[in-house]
Design a protein around this ligand. Structure first.
Ligand SMILES: Cc1ncc(COP(=O)(O)O)c(C=O)c1O
Length: 334
């Protein structure tokens, strides 16, 4: 590995402990056989532990440490009603003794189920807006809170900025060590890539720590690849520069699939529903209908079309989201 330890990051950034790490790297033998041979490992970031887990917990370890350094007493973030990011932010805020305001943009299943129900349990204050510029709404909310004597800290959608992304640079370091420990070389890493911070962190982590040669495949849950890729590059570049390294990333290093989106964000596809059933029935692993099922649909497609062969090894990064299943129960009542 290029840098043996995380010192480069931890010497410069505070980090609070919200996740139970390392998350397991689980071999999925029955899924591997069902798909015709490639060895599939699942990196279980659905088991980060905070309030039913998920990828945002890793980002929040850096973001909430930064909030604390700024003296914040309330965090504000935004997402669709069934946002896993909002749910994990509300839970993390409570764990850190902070209040939380969630700005909900219109989305599927805005009902008292799944993540919306959990946000309620964390007593997050919820603002619903039709304004597609959720950052503007968050800034206006922050200004009001400041006037009332509070110290707000705004976290962008998905926790995807140069601070939050460090969580996934650390995750890549963790994954590299786990693969080394079982003497496995993985040629592919598949994961859901939405607001970009997970993908940018993985890129950054791979550059800093390895493993070299592992192909990163982000699968979009809704956005067009041409919109998502520049954002990933931008966050990764900001992060590497803030770490003091005179290096950068380019668009050609970023692979994002958008052909598994279907009709739109938050709406399942036949392939995503098949992926949920396959993971559940072969391995007892729950995917979520919005993110990880579409990412798994991309992986399944690439195996079936021979882009991943029977002698390959692939890691599927399970980024969480299973609470949303309960809001989507109608999908299985048909
Ligand atoms: C379960 C799950 N997977 C993947 C993602 C995508 O992560 P990112 O927004 O960092 O691209 C999200 C984002 O909310 C998510 O909730």
């Amino acid at each position: 590995m290029k840098y043996a330890s995380l010192d480069l990051i931890t010497a410069q950034y505070e980090r609070c402990q919200l996740a139970f790490l390392p998350t397991p790297l689980q071999f999925a033998p029955r899924l591997s056989v069902a798909l015709g041979g490639p060895r599939i490992f699942i990196k279980r970031d659905d088991m980060t532990g905070l309030a039913l887990g998920g990828n945002k917990t890793r980002k929040l370890e850096f973001l909430l440490a930064d909030a604390q350094e700024h003296g914040a007493d309330v965090v504000i973030t935004a997402g669709a009603p069934q946002s896993n990011h909002c749910r994990q932010t509300a839970a993390a805020a409570r764990q850190m003794g902070l209040d939380c305001v969630l700005v909900f943009t219109p989305g599927q299943h805005d009902e008292m189920q799944g993540n919306v129900l959990l946000d309620k349990l964390f007593k997050a204050s919820i603002i619903r807006t039709e304004n597609s510029d959720s950052m503007a709404v968050m800034q206006a909310t922050a200004a009001e809170l400041r006037q009332a004597g509070r110290v707000p800290y705004v976290i962008p959608v998905g926790g995807s900025n140069a601070v939050g992304t460090l969580g996934y640079a650390v995750a890549m370091h963790e994954l590299g060590l786990q693969l080394d420990a079982v003497n496995v070389t993985a040629r592919h890493l598949y994961f859901s890539s939405g607001s970009g911070g997970t993908h940018s962190g993985l890129l950054l982590g791979q550059r800093l720590f390895g493993p070299a040669g592992m192909r990163l495949v982000g699968v979009s849950p809704g956005g067009k690849a041409e919109m998502v890729r520049p954002k990933i590059v931008q966050i990764a570049n900001q992060a590497i520069q803030q770490l003091g390294l005179n290096e950068g990333f380019t668009l050609d290093e970023v692979l994002v699939y958008d052909q598994f989106v279907g009709r739109s964000y938050g709406i399942s596809t036949p392939q995503s529903l098949e992926a949920i059933s396959l993971f559940a029935e072969t391995e007892g692993v729950l995917l979520d209908p919005v993110y990880t099922a579409k990412a798994a649909a991309g992986l399944i497609h690439d195996i079936r079309t021979g882009q991943i062969t029977a002698d390959d090894t692939v890691v599927f990064l399970h980024t969480g989201g299973s609470p949303a299943i309960f809001a989507y129960h109608d999908e299985w009542a048909k």
